[in-house]
Design a protein around this ligand. Structure first.
Ligand SMILES: Nc1ncnc2c1ncn2[C@@H]1O[C@H](COP(=O)(O)OP(=O)(O)OP(=O)(O)O)[C@@H](O)[C@H]1O
Ligand SMILES: [Mg+2]
Length: 385
C-alpha cells in the first residue's frame, strides 16, 4: 500500500503531448562491405529529421564512418557507444551520456575504433546480445526512430542491432557478388526471429543503382523472384554528391538539395514513415476504441486504459482506485498488436495512477494530464457523471 506516499500535498498539474507510439528501431545491415549501409544510415536519418521526426542514429561500426560522416571528431570524445556496451552496473554509461547532435532533429551515438575489441571483451558474457536493446529503453519516449548503422560482419554488434530492432533494411548494390552471402544474413535474421517473441520485417534497398544497366535490373529481379525478398519501392541511384557530402561531414540534405541523391533519400524517408509497423488509427478502430490518441477513455461503466509497446511482456496499472497496490491490475494483451488494454469500473472522481511496464513504473504516455507530486510525475484524469 503506497497511498500515503502519494498525498495530495504539494501537487501541481500540467498537460503534455501524448506520445502515441513507441520508438521504431531500424537496423541497416549487410555483411557485404561498401554496399551503402553508412550512406543510407546517415542520409535516411537526416531526411527523417527534415520531415520532423526525432531520430537517434547509432554508429555500431568500429570504422566509425557514420560518426566521421557527420563531422564528429571521435578522438575528442570522452565516451562512445563502446563505453555504453561495456559499462558496469556500478559505474554505468547510458546512451544519453554519449549522445551528440548530428543534424536537424538527429542525434548520434558515436563510435570509435575501440569497438573493434568488443567481440573479445564480450565473449562468454551472458546476455551480451541484449545490451543495446536494454540501453535503448530509457530513450523510447525521446525519439520517433533509432537508425543503427551496422558493421560489415555478423558478430556481437550485428546481433545487438538485430535484437534491438523490429525492422531491417538491407542495402544491396547490384553487383556480381551482391547476392553472395545474403543467404547467411537472412538465415541469421530468421534465427533471431525464432528466439524472440517479436517479428522482424526485412526489406532490401537497392543502392548505388545504375538505372541504365540491364544488369542492375536483373540482380534486383533475381532478388525478388528467387530469394523472395521484399524490396523497398525506392531505389538509391548512383550519385557522386552523396560521396562528396560524406567527405564534407554533412548529410546530403545539408549539402545539395538539388541532387538526385537527396531526392532518393527523401523518398526513402517518406516510404519508411509510411511503413509504420502498425497504423494506430486502424488498429484502434479494429479494437473498437473511440479515440485513437488519448487515453484513458470514459465508458458507461468506467474507464478504458490502453498502452502500446511491442516489447512489453506485462503491463499493470496502479493508482488511487486500487490504493496504489504494488501488484496493480493487469492490462490484457491484445494478441500480437502490441496493445494492452483494460476497462476498470469507477465512480466519478479524480484519480492518479501509474503504469507498471515489466516492473518499471512509468506515467501513461497516451495521457497528456500530469500531476507533479513529491513522488514524481503521476498521470491523472477526472470525470463527472
Ligand atoms: N548512391 C551512391 N552513389 C555513389 N556513391 C555511393 C552511393 N552510396 C554509397 N556510395 C559510396 O560508396 C562507398 C561505400 O559506401 P558506404 O560507406 O555507405 O558503404 P558501407 O556498406 O557502409 O561500407 P562498410 O561495409 O565498409 O561499412 C562510399 O565511398 C560512399 O560514398
Ligand atoms: Mg559503413
Amino acid at each position: 500500500m503506497l497511498a500515503g506516499f502519494f498525498s495530495k500535498n504539494k501537487e501541481t498539474t500540467r498537460d503534455v503531448k501524448p506520445e502515441g507510439r513507441a520508438m521504431r528501431v531500424i537496423a541497416i545491415t549487410n555483411q557485404k562491405g561498401g554496399c551503402g549501409k553508412t550512406t543510407t544510415a546517415i542520409n535516411l536519418a537526416a531526411c527523417l529529421g527534415e520531415l520532423g521526426k526525432k531520430v537517434l542514429l547509432i554508429d555500431l561500426d568500429s570504422q566509425a564512418h557514420a560518426t566521421v560522416g557527420l563531422n564528429i571528431d571521435n578522438k575528442k570524445l570522452h565516451r562512445t557507444i563502446f563505453d555504453v556496451l561495456t559499462s558496469s552496473k556500478k559505474k554505468p554509461t547510458e546512451l544519453a551520456d554519449i549522445i551528440v547532435k548530428g543534424a536537424t532533429n538527429v542525434d548520434i551515438a558515436p563510435a570509435s575504433i575501440k569497438l573493434a575489441t568488443i567481440e573479445q571483451l564480450l565473449a562468454g558474457v551472458p546476455g551480451r546480445d541484449n545490451l543495446l536493446h536494454l540501453k535503448l529503453q530509457p530513450l523510447r519516449e525521446r525519439y520517433d526512430l533509432a537508425i543503427i548503422d551496422c558493421p560489415p560482419t555478423i558478430g556481437v554488434l550485428t546481433f545487438n542491432a538485430l535484437r534491438a530492432c523490429r525492422e531491417v533494411i538491407v542495402p544491396i548494390e547490384p553487383s556480381f557478388f551482391s547476392l553472395h552471402g545474403l543467404g547467411k544474413l537472412f538465415e541469421t535474421i530468421e534465427m533471431f526471429k525464432d528466439t524472440l517473441d517479436h517479428d522482424i520485417s526485412i526489406k532490401a534497398l537497392p543502392t548505388i543503382y545504375d538505372k541504365r544497366t540491364c544488369f542492375a535490373r536483373e540482380v534486383i529481379k533475381d532478388l525478388v523472384d528467387n530469394h523472395k525478398i521484399d524490396t523497398l519501392k525506392t531505389f538509391i541511384g548512383v550519385n557522386v554528391k552523396l560521396k562528396e557530402a560524406a567527405s564534407y561531414g554533412v548529410p546530403i540534405s545539408e549539402y545539395d538539395k538539388k541532387s538526385s541523391g537527396y531526392r532518393d533519400y527523401l523518398a526513402l524517408a517518406r516510404e519508411v514513415i509510411d511503413l509504420e509497423v502498425l497504423k494506430p488509427a486502424n488498429t484502434f478502430a479494429a479494437l473498437g476504441f473511440e479515440n485513437p490518441l488519448e487515453y484513458p477513455v470514459k465508458t458507461n461503466k468506467g474507464v478504458i486504459f490502453a498502452y502500446r509497446d511491442h516489447d512489453a511482456q506485462n503491463v499493470r496499472i496502479t493508482g488511487d482506485f486500487n490504493n496504489w497496490s504494488v501488484e496493480g491490475e493487469e492490462l490484457n494483451k491484445m494478441g500480437n498488436t502490441g496493445f494492452f488494454r483494460k476497462e476498470i469500473s469507477l465512480t466519478p472522481g479524480r484519480y492518479r495512477y501509474k503504469l507498471i511496464v515489466d516492473d518499471e513504473w512509468i506515467r501513461d504516455p497516451s495521457n497528456p494530464r500530469i500531476i507533479t507530486s513529491p513522488m514524481g510525475d503521476l498521470s491523472f484524469f477526472e470525470f463527472a457523471e
